[in-house]
Design a protein around this ligand. Structure first.
Ligand SMILES: *[C@@H]1O[C@H](CO)[C@@H](O)[C@H](O)[C@H]1NC(C)=O
Ligand SMILES: *[C@@H]1O[C@H](CO)[C@@H](O)[C@H](O)[C@H]1NC(C)=O
Ligand SMILES: *[C@@H]1O[C@H](CO)[C@@H](O)[C@H](O)[C@H]1NC(C)=O
Ligand SMILES: *[C@@H]1O[C@H](CO)[C@@H](O)[C@H](O)[C@H]1NC(C)=O
Ligand SMILES: *[C@@H]1O[C@H](CO)[C@@H](O)[C@H](O)[C@H]1NC(C)=O
Ligand SMILES: *[C@@H]1O[C@H](CO)[C@@H](O)[C@H](O)[C@H]1NC(C)=O
Ligand SMILES: *[C@@H]1O[C@H](CO)[C@@H](O)[C@H](O)[C@H]1NC(C)=O
Ligand SMILES: *[C@@H]1O[C@H](CO)[C@@H](O)[C@H](O)[C@H]1NC(C)=O
Ligand SMILES: *[C@@H]1O[C@H](CO)[C@@H](O)[C@H](O)[C@H]1NC(C)=O
Length: 467
């Protein structure tokens, strides 16, 4: 029953929004640093979207009621506080779609830190009725200034006229993202491409989720100064769908987001993440790798821990890119990805996420036999279950023409297929698949003729970060 209600609600909102009749009505929050909504009240039809642009300070758009202007309405819409830095380049925008134009809606800014903004009259309404004793904006605002408690609300007839708000002028495209569609822990779509000027709008359809900016390296931690919708609870009986938007001012940049809800489950760890302008071919910018990081729950302090270790990397003189490989993601016996292609000058970085693995160079023919003499070896990297720092091991490739093979030298992990390669050729006899098959078959040296004595070409790589 609930699901049905929600689905029809979503459909009801989407359909008109896509029709040509639906208008977008722009409301400025705090223009010129003032403690006001501008306009203070609007008239909206079914399907119209009212979009609040936060222009200064730290206000909210919080639904209340005519009777209690300065009290959040249970189950009402709430943008949460939207601080706007003086030099902000991305202005937060919060929107709601109107489903019932006969019903007046009342809002206030819940900020009370320096001054109680509601008591100053920073209130707003949609579809007020100037001639109604219980629905006029003037009376609502008077109640707010008088800080009228619920029980004492009185209505005074007023005769304000209501002018329709100007429709917004928007040059870029509007890209819709559904949050929690079908009660899932998803953003749909999970990743988008957006150009400068485009507006990305998140519709909260269910549950109690957020759209919170993070970073590729720490998917489940809010980015300092980043965009945050706040948690958006959608009550079973809610008649409005909260929508949160912002406009992209730099279409060349990648943006990463998560839902910061952790009750009853950590939604980020469940993969409830989203990205804008991911690069599927980049190890440090792809949505797939970002989501894998989120599921692996790379902890907050990791970013700095990794960063600390990474400072050992000589200021990336090389113009090569960094390729990230996760070791033991999700407690699994895997390198992820299992094999990569790298160019000379690229840095390959291994992040140890669980257990006690190694990245140890070996040979194609005898993967699990023993470390390659003179080869790369991270040594064992034990990770406590409660670890807050993640060790990272890197090297820079000098020669992209020779395939390199690696295993985890821990116990029997190699024979369980925990191997990795760089620059394999899937069509040659030395393919990663064949190498992994050798590992799983536990090919061992014959009594004689093993290659342990063979020294790897030292110039195939230079080790950058050791243990
Ligand atoms: C309602 O908003 C309109 C602008 O849309 C404004 O002209 C009018 O004064 C407002 N009413 C009140 C009572 O403030
Ligand atoms: C939703 O239901 C709750 C209680 O079930 C009630 O307190 C609240 O006023 C309702 N909200 C709306 C918008 O109808
Ligand atoms: C719209 O709101 C009015 C006033 O609250 C209510 O009487 C009516 O039933 C609502 N219509 C729908 C379709 O929910
Ligand atoms: C915005 O206001 C809220 C409520 O007063 C406060 O908790 C929060 O720290 C403020 N944010 C900033 C960045 O000032
Ligand atoms: C939404 O989630 C937050 C964080 O878990 C929680 O504090 C808040 O009470 C929830 N809201 C509702 C209405 O359940
Ligand atoms: C990125 O989103 C597109 C749809 O926009 C989807 O087809 C693709 O699978 C997504 N990529 C990943 C890695 O989920
Ligand atoms: C990691 O594994 C190695 C080899 O099995 C072992 O010697 C070492 O004690 C382990 N470290 C921890 C902390 O378990
Ligand atoms: C991690 O757990 C171990 C064993 O329970 C404990 O000794 C150690 O203090 C914990 N470390 C942290 C950082 O919590
Ligand atoms: C090699 O890695 C790619 C991803 O980088 C993967 O799609 C492919 O399946 C891997 N090859 C084998 C044989 O596992």
């Amino acid at each position: 029953m609930l699901a049905f209600t929600r689905l029809s609600l979503a459909a009801a909102v989407l359909a008109p929004a896509l029709s040509t009749h639906a208008a977008k009505i722009l409301v400025q929050v705090g223009p010129g640093g003032q403690t006001i909504f501008s306009p203070s009240n609007v008239t909206a039809s079914v399907g119209d979207v009212v979009s609040f642009q936060f222009l200064s300070k730290n206000h909210s758009v919080t639904q209340s009621s005519f009777a209690s202007p300065c009290e959040p309405l249970a189950g009402g819409v709430d943008s949460g506080f939207q601080p706007v830095a003086v030099d902000a380049t991305n202005l937060p925008e919060f929107s709601i779609a109107i489903n019932n134009a006969s019903k007046p809606l009342f809002f206030f800014s819940a900020q009370t830190a320096l001054v109680d903004e509601c008591n100053l009259g920073m209130v707003f309404s949609i579809n007020q009725d100037a001639n109604s004793a219980t629905k006029s904006f003037t009376d609502f605002q008077a109640n707010a200034k008088a800080d009228v408690p619920a029980a004492k609300a009185t209505a005074v007839v007023s005769s304000s006229t209501v002018a329709a708000a100007p429709a917004a002028v928007s040059s870029g495209a509007k890209i819709l993202v559904q949050v929690g569609a079908g009660n899932g822990l998803t953003f749909s779509p999970s990743n988008i491409s957006a150009n400068t000027g485009d507006t990305v709008s998140f519709q909260f359809l269910n549950g109690n989720h957020s759209v919170t900016e993070s970073s590729f390296a720490s998917p489940c931690e809010p980015l300092a100064g980043g965009i945050d919708s706040g948690l958006q609870f959608v009550a079973a009986n809610s008649t409005e769908i909260p929508e949160f938007s912002f406009t992209i001012t730099n279409g060349l940049k990648q943006f990463f987001f998560f839902s910061k809800q952790t009750v009853p489950v950590n939604e980020c760890n469940k993969g409830m993440v989203f990205s804008i302008n991911q690069d599927p071919n980049s190890a440090v910018k792809s949505f797939a790798a970002f989501q894998a990081n989120a599921k692996a729950d790379i902890p907050a302090s990791t970013a700095s821990a990794v960063g600390t270790k990474a400072t050992a990397v000589p200021a990336k003189a090389s113009s090569g890119s960094e390729i990230l490989v996760q070791v033991g993601a999700d407690d699994s016996l895997t390198f992820s990805p299992s094999n990569i292609s790298a160019k000379a000058g690229d840095t390959v970085t291994f992040q140890f996420l669980s257990k006690n693995h190694s990245v140890t160079q070996t040979t194609f023919a005898e993967p699990c036999s023993s470390p390659l003499f003179g080869g790369i070896d991270s040594g064992f990297q034990p990770i406590a279950p409660n670890a807050t720092a993640i060790p990272q091991f890197s090297f820079t490739l000098n020669n992209a023409n020779t395939p390199l093979f690696f295993f985890s030298k821990q116990g029997a992990e190699c024979t369980k297929g925990m191997v990795f390669s760089i620059n394999q050729d899937p069509n040659s006899v030395k393919s990663f698949a064949a190498f992994q098959a050798n590992a799983e078959a536990d090919i061992r040296p014959a009594a004689k003729g093993n290659k342990r004595g063979r020294r790897v070409h030292a110039r195939d790589f230079s080790k950058v970060v050791g243990k």
